[in-house]
Design a protein around this ligand. Sequence first.
Ligand code: FES
Ligand code: FES
Length: 152
Amino acid sequence: MNLLQVILHINGEERVTTIRAADTLLHVIRENLGLTGSKPGCLNGDCGACTVLIDGLPIKSCIMLAIEAIGREITTIEGLEDTHMQKSFVENFAFQCGYCTPGFIMNCHALAQHHSHVSDEVIEDWLHSNLCRCTGYEEIKNAVRTVLDQSE
Ligand code: FES
Ligand code: FES
């Protein structure tokens, strides 16, 4: 088995780790680096539980190879601290289960970082990247709307 020693830039730190060429970024984040906030759900790009930011844009880490992230800035839920989106999730009761929430927050945080003036339809489209199997999306949409309205 070919092992590679690589440096990953993650949450503002440089982490040295040993990977196989076929390791997904999600696997390396969780198993090598011990950052378990990004969740393994479907493992085929559908559910969004594994969403991280790569250079500020949301990516499903279960369908990205770790070697593709070399030289890029990776942010996981552990790398966010007291963001407007995290506070808004709490205040709008959008913090649902611990499994889907990290992915929702990463996705919604990226939306707020890149687009301040968007319609409710765009928010709904953006939220299609993440699945919640058990509750609703209304509170999450309200959390995003609150942050976007505050940034105007
Ligand atoms: S675990 Fe990555 S999209 Fe579902
Ligand atoms: S899957 Fe997390 S609240 Fe439904």
